[in-house]
Ligand binder design. Structure first.
Ligand SMILES: [Zn+2]
Length: 624
């Protein structure tokens, strides 16, 4: 279960961080010169700054435990109001006095547990407060009540003194413990049980959370089983409780995690029980050679005991105020020899197989001005596919970035695409409908959108058994919407050729066929018409193909005449053959849907895209 996986992660990754310690940024340091547990000179308050980022303080891993509204001091390092008793315009002086008194009292309790000979540090701190030495420190202008300040003795940080971690562990046990002991549901051993989980995940790691957030919190009776508050019915021992938070913070901040501006989920993944790794780097940045290598090596990988032992964990969280919502939690085999077992490797194989789709430009292209355009990609990252669910920006030639205003991108987009990738799930109908909606509004179809359409079609619930969705032009495909998309692409091309002012002059000219929007824009300048057939009808064609193709068929006679006159018989005949062929395959347009279903619209887009991609090579040959 999740909590066990998180404690295991904490175990593997915690390093030498003591229990109930957290990272925190500190902007100030008080250093006290001392010898033999006595102060030997005036304490020095100074600012501390990150070497690389001078605007930031320095991060220390210090004793820490969640505090809510109550006054609750941390040990040896805390807010200025606790350590120095200084408030500012955001604090009430009575409360600051309380905080400071509590911090001083905690320091005294600490000193009382250990003789000077064993650890002089707490005794020096007690003397600091008793002697009034603090009053002699000048208060800097810019210091704030909630800035972090860390105490040091002779330059050594007090929280690292020999007795600090041990004392702190007992303290937290008293504060967060329930006073009961029993069997922990995470580790299964008997021990002191926690009343609440000590520690929270920083709000920055949980999209949607406005405060630092808790995973398990029963802070009101209504949340608890049998209307009992706190962890009464959720027995978790204190050390597991701490490990859960260390593990959760760890996975959410590791390098194997993802969240994007404007998306409601943070995703994290990790592998346990083995040294082998998952395939997520490949999914995120699909390099064709590496994907091939992955496919080739898979059979051997499935024979390795180390890989067969591994588990792949996947966690998706969102936040609501100060709570963490677990949207998705998956714990599956890393690999398996058994085809009936869900495993990570098979899911990734399916992901690449199902979204792989021909790019519009299958080979690199050199434009007339000498610029080289690289070939497009057959495989895409989930982030890029999620991006194409947003608005296409014609002026920048890009999708509106994540987090920008007016993107019209669903906030679950990334999560849904990643679920499809990692968990081998279908693309939800709402996402498919949204993609069509964007195509209709943007009039823009590219490699990403076509690839996402192929993924959606490959995994649609009503897909007939034993059929597959083509990944490049399939001339045997008889799906009428697919044929309609092809016919539309062929019409678009014929009309464009018909409206060239001049005949193409050389072969090298025609080698740089229009095959992408850059090249097309260049050609636009030489075109007689401002709005092409494609520009005019692309938005509507996938939804209502029949009337538009009927119109195109009527117009095509005039286009062919123009091509014949300006560019010669051969090209005209080539266009005519392509048009007639598809026209007949569509049963003279009568076979084309009057109004398309969602699946038919997707087939239309795929047919259109495949025809365009195919055109690149074919067209060049025909014109040469
Ligand atoms: Zn436990």
């Amino acid at each position: 279960m999740l909590l066990q996986r998180l404690t295991a992660y904490a175990d593997e990754h915690r390093g030498d961080i003591p229990p109930f310690h957290r990272e925190r940024e500190f902007r100030w340091k008080v250093d006290i010169p001392a010898a033999g547990g006595r102060i030997t000179g005036p304490p020095v308050l100074e600012p501390v700054r990150d070497v690389d980022k001078p605007a930031r303080g320095v991060v220390h891993t210090v004793p820490a435990s969640t505090r809510t509204v109550a006054v609750a001091p941390q040990l040896a390092a805390d807010d200025v109001q606790y350590v120095l008793g200084w408030g500012d315009d955001t604090t009430q002086s009575a409360r600051v006095t309380q905080c400071h008194a509590a911090f001083v009292e905690l320091t005294r309790e600490w000193a009382a547990t250990i003789p000077v000979a064993q650890d002089g540090v707490p005794h020096v701190l007690v003397e600091l407060y008793r002697s009034g030495a603090l009053a002699k420190i000048d208060r800097p202008q810019e210091i704030r009540a909630k800035d972090g300040v860390v105490l040091a003795v002779n330059g050594q940080f007090a929280y690292r003194s020999p007795s600090a971690a041990g004392f702190w562990k007992t303290q937290v046990g008293q504060r967060k413990g329930s006073g009961r002991s029993g069997r922990c549901l995470v580790c299964g051993t008997c021990g002191a049980l926690a009343n609440t989980i000590p520690g929270k995940v920083p709000a920055a790691l949980v999209p949607g959370a406005s405060n630092d957030a808790a995973l398990v919190s029963v802070n009101e009776r209504v949340f608890g089983y049998d209307l009992v508050a706190q962890l009464t019915h959720t027995p978790i021992c204190l050390s597991c409780a701490d490990d859960v938070m260390v593990g959760l913070t760890g996975v959410l901040s590791s390098k194997h995690r993802l969240t994007l501006e404007g998306q409601d989920t943070r995703l994290a993944w990790w592998v346990t029980d083995t040294d082998e790794s998952d395939q997520m780097d490949l999914v995120m940045e699909p390099d064709p050679a590496q994907v091939d290598a992955f496919f080739a090596a898979l059979p051997q990988a499935r024979e390795r005991t180390s890989r067969l032992k591994g588990r792949f964990c996947w966690l998706a969280v969102g936040g609501n105020v100060a709570r963490i919502m677990v949207r998705e939690w998956i714990d599956i085999a890393l690999t398996s020899k058994n085809h009936n077992v869900v495993d990570h490797d098979s899911n990734i194989v399916a992901w690449f197989a199902d979204h792989k789709n021909t790019p519009r430009r299958t080979t690199p292209v050199r434009l007339r001005d000498g610029r080289d355009l690289p070939a497009g990609q057959w495989l895409h990252s989930p982030v890029a596919l999620a991006a194409c669910l947003g608005r296409w920006d014609e002026t920048t030639g890009r999708y509106r970035p994540f987090g920008a205003r007016n993107t019209d991108r669903p906030e679950q987009a990334l999560n849904q695409i990643l679920r499809a990738a990692v968990l081998n799930e279908p693309v939800p109908a709402a996402m498919r409908a949204h993609l069509i909606h964007r195509v209709r509004n943007d009039g823009h179809i590219d490699d990403l959108r076509a690839s996402l359409v192929r993924l959606a079609l490959s995994r649609r619930p009503n897909k007939p058994k034993g059929t597959s969705v083509p990944m490049s032009l399939d001339e045997t495909c008889t799906e009428t919407a697919y044929l309609a998309g092809r016919l539309f692409a062929v019409m678009e091309h014929a009309q464009r050729d018909a409206h060239y002012k001049t005949r193409r002059t050389s072969q090298s000219d025609s080698a740089a066929t229009e095959s992408d929007s850059d090249a097309e824009q260049e050609q636009n300048q030489r075109r007689e018409v401002n709005s092409s057939f494609g520009d005019k009808f692309r938005r509507r064609a996938c939804e209502t193909p029949r009337p538009i193709l009927t119109q195109g068929w009527k117009d095509s006679a005039a286009w062919l005449t123009k091509i014949r006159r300006h560019q010669g018989e051969a090209l005209a005949r080539w266009h005519q053959n392509r048009l007639t062929d598809l026209y007949e395959k569509c049963d003279g347009i009568r076979g084309v849907p009057l109004r398309s279903s969602l699946t038919q619209q997707e087939h239309f887009i795929l047919g259109y895209h495949h025809q365009l991609a195919y055109r690149t090579t074919k067209n060049t040959a025909a014109e040469a």
